[in-house]
Design a protein around this ligand. Structure first.
Ligand SMILES: *[C@@H]1O[C@H](CO)[C@@H](O)[C@H](O)[C@H]1NC(C)=O
Ligand SMILES: *[C@@H]1O[C@H](CO)[C@@H](O)[C@H](O)[C@H]1NC(C)=O
Length: 211
C-alpha cells in the first residue's frame, strides 16, 4: 500500500469516527468529498481542456441607414456575416435560442432570431443576421451623433450583440453549457446607391466573447 492510499483511507474510513468523534468524522468526510470532487474536476478539465468560442464579424452591408428629419425615425437595412469558431478538440457545441440585436447609440434596432445549429470540434460556422426596419431614435444626442457620422463619410458605429444557449457534447454525453455573449462593436460604411461602387470595404472585426 502506497502512502497516498493510506492517507485517503485515513481521511475517508468511517471507522475513524469511533476514535475521533462526530466532528472529526464529519470533517474527514467533507475533506474526502471536496478532495474527490476537485480531483474529478481536474481530470475532466485536463481531458477536455475547454476553450472559449471565438467570433469575428467578417462582412457587413449597410444598404440603408437614414434618419428622417423632424420625426427622427431611423430606417435601416443591415446584413452581417459573423464567423463563430469552436476551438475545442473534444467538445462539440449545440447552439439554440440564438438571438442577434443591433444597437445604434445604445438604442435597440429590430431583433433578429437565428436558427439553431450544431458545431463540431474545431468547426467554424457563419451566422448571417439581418436587421431591416425602422425605429425611432430617442433624444437629441443620438440624432446629433447620427448627423456627425453621416457628415464624416457615412461610416456608422453599430453594436451587434449575439446571445445563445449552449449544450456541450462530450463523446456521447450532452450537458447544459454556459450562455455565451458576443459583442461586436462595428464601424460600417453605408452603401451609396448613386455612385454605383457596390459594397464598401469592411474591415473584419474581432468580437468580444464572454460567458
Ligand atoms: C435590404 O438590402 C438587401 C441588400 O441590398 C436587399 O436585397 C433587400 O431587398 C433590402 N430590403 C429592404 C426591405 O429594403
Ligand atoms: C453618393 O456618391 C455620390 C457620388 O460620389 C455623391 O455625390 C453623393 O453625395 C453620395 N451620397 C451619399 C448619401 O453619400
Amino acid at each position: 500500500m502506497g502512502k497516498a492510499s493510506t492517507v485517503s483511507s485515513l481521511l475517508c474510513c468511517p471507522c475513524r469516527c469511533l476514535f475521533c468523534g462526530v466532528f472529526g468524522c464529519l470533517f474527514s468526510m467533507l475533506t474526502c468529498v471536496f478532495f474527490s470532487a476537485g480531483l474529478v474536476a481536474l481530470v475532466l478539465y485536463l481531458l477536455f481542456r475547454p476553450h472559449i468560442i471565438r467570433a469575428t464579424a467578417v462582412s457587413a452591408d449597410l444598404s440603408n441607414f437614414d434618419l428622417t428629419a423632424r420625426t427622427w425615425i431611423l430606417h435601416y437595412n443591415l446584413s452581417l456575416a459573423v464567423q463563430v469558431r469552436n476551438p475545442n478538440k473534444r467538445i462539440a457545441l449545440r447552439y439554440h435560442g440564438v438571438d442577434a440585436q443591433a444597437f445604434y447609440e445604445g438604442q435597440r434596432l429590430v431583433q433578429a432570431g437565428l436558427p439553431d445549429f450544431f458545431q463540431d470540434t474545431g468547426e467554424t460556422s457563419t451566422l448571417s443576421p439581418a436587421f431591416v426596419g425602422e425605429s425611432p431614435l430617442v433624444g437629441g444626442v443620438a440624432a446629433a451623433a447620427f448627423r456627425r457620422e453621416a457628415a464624416e463619410g457615412a461610416a456608422f458605429s453599430v453594436n451587434v450583440k449575439i446571445t445563445a444557449h449552449l449544450k456541450l457534447k462530450l463523446w456521447v454525453i450532452t450537458v447544459p453549457g454556459p450562455k455565451p455573449k458576443i459583442d461586436c462593436p462595428l464601424k460600417i460604411q453605408r452603401r451609396n446607391a448613386t455612385d454605383g461602387a457596390g459594397t464598401p470595404e469592411f474591415h473584419p472585426t474581432e468580437c468580444r466573447v464572454w460567458f
